[in-house]
Ligand binder design. Structure first.
Ligand code: UT7
Length: 324
């Protein structure tokens, strides 16, 4: 994983907009987040995370045969962010794919990477989640409900074909869902090709249509329903029980959502690992960042059963069961 060095505390935000450390901590659990400084790009973060993943796996960039990158805050409109990462890493002329599924983006990418490996199409895939939210947030009282929640960061994993019958590690089950009729409950309108004759006008900027809009309570309600549902679905598919899971990783949108989900499922607090208080919501980067920190802190050991669950804009929701 990689996050920018620049720490933005709740008090820093309270100097610019009408909010407070108390409100943000009470409603979301967030204490600080990392925001890029001028000149730092999503691919800077993605490259650093990818190089760390390669080093951790003892691999070279030339060993990778496909890149799958998930983001809701692309480097540019086109080409996809994965191409800019491709250009940085020194990989061979391998394919790369951008995948857009917002906060469930990493789990969506994991599922497609897994399918590509199982089909025999690829053997070693770099899966990346990266976000620079901070350059797209409205630093004003109008945008405060969204602005205080989001952070910048990247996380990466390498998925490899496992031919060893004695090694049980790998993805056991993964389930993805979407409900597109709620697409506008958490979205950004402009720039967009739907806004013809021009994707972006001065009026759109003045009206704030370039900033994310969120129906917070509606999103919260759906998140706390869908996350336990899909988590149980993967466990049932794998014929495993909640008690079998060693570590639960939930998307880091709001600590209250995760506490509520854990409480509904009667998951003991010591089996849940969160880092939202330090990073805020990093959308597609959140789960690989959790994986990296859990491993670094000794919370994730070889052979552990890990459950990863996300919910986000789209609406999208997903859960995966991994034998580490
Ligand atoms: O990753 C994608 C998924 N995203 C999520 O899962 C987010 C889901 N939603 C949430 O996490 C919560 O709805 C929020 C944290 C966004 C908001 O918490 P809430 O308890 O639902 O608050 P609210 O939106 O109902 O607002 C309560 C009050 C309002 O004031 P009034 O109308 O009661 O006077 C807001 O204007 O809090 C006010 N408010 C703020 N006050 C201080 C909204 N944002 C802020 C702020 N600072 N940043």
């Amino acid at each position: 994983m990689y996050v920018p060095e620049n720490v933005v505390t709740n008090d820093d935000l309270a100097k610019q907009i009408d909010t407070s450390d108390e409100w943000i901590v009470k409603r979301s659990g967030i204490r600080e987040r990392r925001w890029v400084v001028e000149g730092q790009t999503p691919v800077d973060l993605a490259e650093a995370a990818s190089r760390e993943a390669l080093a951790d796996a003892g691999l070279e960039a030339s060993d990778i045969d496909c890149i799958l990158l998930s983001t809701l805050s692309p480097q540019h409109d086109f080409p996809g962010t994965s191409f800019f990462l491709h250009g940085r890493l020194g990989v061979a002329e391998i394919p790369c794919i951008d995948l857009r599924a917002q906060c469930s983006g990493f789990l969506y990418a994991l599922d497609f990477a897994d399918a590509l490996i199982v089909s025999g199409r690829h053997r070693r895939i770099l899966v990346v989640g990266c976000e620079v939210h901070s350059t797209g947030l409205e630093i004003s009282d109008r945008g405060r409900d969204v602005t205080v929640l989001f952070g910048d960061g990247a996380g990466a994993v390498i998925l490899e074909a496992n031919d060893a019958p004695e090694d049980p590690s790998g993805l056991l089950e993964i389930r993805l869902h979407a409900e597109g009729r709620h697409a506008k409950r958490l979205w950004v309108d402009a720039p967009g090709s739907a806004n013809g004759p021009a994707r972006l006008t001065h009026e759109m900027i003045d009206e704030g249509r370039i900033y994310p809009i969120m129906d917070g309570r509606f999103v919260f309600k759906h998140a706390v329903t869908r996350m336990p549902e899909v988590l149980r679905e993967t466990l049932d598919a794998a014929s495993l029980k909640l008690e079998d899971v060693d570590l639960f990783l939930f998307h880091q949108a709001n600590l209250r959502i995760n506490e509520y989900v854990a409480q509904q499922l009667e998951i003991p607090a010591d089996k849940v690992f969160n880092n939202i208080e330090r990073y805020g919501n990093c959308s597609a980067a959140a789960i690989p960042m959790l994986l990296a920190e859990a491993k670094r802190e000794g919370r994730l050991k070889k052979g552990d059963l890990v459950s990863m669950t996300a919910f986000g804009s789209g609406f999208t929701w997903a859960s995966a069961l991994l034998r580490f």
